[in-house]
Design a protein around this ligand. Structure first.
Ligand code: HEM
Length: 415
């Protein structure tokens, strides 16, 4: 009977393109094979420009934030009596603590610079359109998580802006009808911003930061299913339209990352506090309100929208809606043409939107008085008009420029 025994082959071991130890691992856990397929031979449109390096730059920023954050977390004390001093100790006594903290602080700003450029690129080349809608929505979720992480992180040094910023922002929830005050007390875990809030800010700052990594993984998987869009907005049709990711994009990304890091280092070593607020070097004092409570620069456009609306509840809704409604852009924009290169009217709408964003940023930094309030109102009206009026109408009625037949044809024309 034993001679009749034939094992059923269930194991998939074998077939690795690698040899040696790598082949041995790859046969059992095909990670090297996946990396080869997705990051070496992976085909990308041949006309990707430097704006397409910002996804990689964002990954670099995220990794830097997590590594420096973990080190800071080893020395930080989440206690209202110790937090401010523990940060000062990091700056003065911990070996290279000043460097780790300044990298973390400044990279937070550079992370937002990179994400705004990355989002602008998506908007300009119509990357949010079919079939990349889900990638865009993951992007909006990442952006919201980045905002939450940055807000909570800013609370941790327990300076004047940490305390008063947290008080102003958490109080916004009191605008919710009926349950508002109960929600605010729940968020604080107390009857004011204090030790309980500082502790939860610390825990959530970490948790959401790691959550971003998870959503980025989905964002990138979705990207590798649809492939990248490109500046012409037309899909590749044959091998003349594509190149392999390595070495072409990897080298380009390295040059872009080098330039990004160079500018970052100039800020880091010569102007490390330029993007921060001096009041945050004053210990939190619940009995003394600062003259102007201003959020970090990357929140300013949304702060301007909040203050533009006289009603608190509608202000909060407008501020949140300004971001969340971008998730609907793939369905609001009715044009089948993706890239602004071939959309003469929409291109202007997008550039005016960029100007609007910068004007709102300026108004957000100014006191809530005239003429800034009126300008913020006009800016807010354009923001929502851009999404809900211009995107559908321009998409429907605009006459676009003739589209190229292929990516390589679009490149021949531009040279
Ligand atoms: C931590 C933040 C983020 C990381 C690490 C990240 C990473 C990436 C990477 C690696 C790519 C491919 C390379 C590239 O096209 O640049 C990409 C593409 C893309 N991302 Fe992100 N992303 C982030 C945030 C966002 C946000 C906030 C949005 C928009 C709301 C967004 C929308 C997109 C879109 C639409 C594409 C495809 C672009 C195209 O093919 O033209 N991403 N992202």
């Amino acid at each position: 009977m034993a001679q009749d025994y034939k094992p059923v082959k269930t194991s998939k071991v074998g077939g690795s393109p690698f040899t040696g130890v790598l082949g041995w691992i790859d046969d059992r856990l095909p990670l090297p094979r996946i990396l080869l397929k997705e990051y070496v031979v992976f085909q990308v449109p041949r006309n990707l420009n430097y704006l397409y390096s910002f996804g990689g730059i964002l990954m670099l920023s995220l990794i830097t934030m997590i590594i420096t954050g973990v080190i800071l977390g080893m020395h930080y004390k989440a206690d209202v009596n110790l937090a401010f001093d523990s940060v000062e100790r990091i700056m003065r006594d911990v070996n290279h603590g000043w460097l780790i903290r300044y990298i973390h602080m400044n990279m937070a700003s550079f992370f937002f610079i990179a994400v705004y450029i990355h989002m602008f690129r998506g908007l300009y080349y119509g990357s949010y359109k079919h079939p990349r809608e889900l990638m865009w929505i993951f992007g909006i979720i990442i952006f919201l998580m980045m905002m939450a992480t940055a807000f909570l992180g800013y609370v941790l040094p327990w300076g004047q802006m940490s305390f008063w910023g947290a008080t102003v922002i958490t109080n916004l929830f009191s605008a919710i009808p009926f349950f508002g005050d109960a929600i605010v007390t729940f968020l604080w875990g107390d009857f004011s911003v204090g030790d309980a809030f500082l502790n939860r800010a610390f825990v959530l700052h970490w948790l959401i930061a790691f959550g971003i990594v998870g959503v980025v993984i989905f964002h990138v998987i979705a990207l590798h299913i649809t492939g990248s869009n490109n500046p012409s907005g037309v899909e590749p049709i044959d091998t003349r339209d594509t190149i392999s990711f390595a070495p072409y994009m990897t080298q380009k990304d390295l040059v872009a990352a080098g330039a990004f890091l160079l500018v970052f280092c100039i800020m880091l070593f010569y102007l490390p506090n330029f993007l921060g607020h001096p009041d945050n070097y004053i210990r939190a004092n619940p009995l003394q309100t600062p003259a102007h409570i201003v959020p970090e620069w990357y929140f300013l456009p949304f702060y301007a929208i909040l203050r533009a609306i006289p009603d608190k509840l509608f202000g909060v809704l407008a501020m949140g809606g300004a971001i969340v409604s971008f998730a609907a852009l793939p369905w609001l924009d009715r044009s089948y043409v993706r890239s602004c290169r071939y959309r003469p009217i929409w291109k202007w709408c997008v550039w005016i939107f960029v100007a609007d964003f910068l004007v709102l940023m300026y108004c957000g930094a100014m006191p809530a008085e005239e003429p800034y309030v009126t300008i913020s109102r006009i800016g807010t009206a354009y923001w929502f008009g851009f999404l809900f009026v211009l995107a559908p109408l321009v998409g429907k009625f605009e006459t676009h420029k003739p589209l190229p037949q292929s990516i390589h044809q679009s490149m021949e024309k531009s040279t």
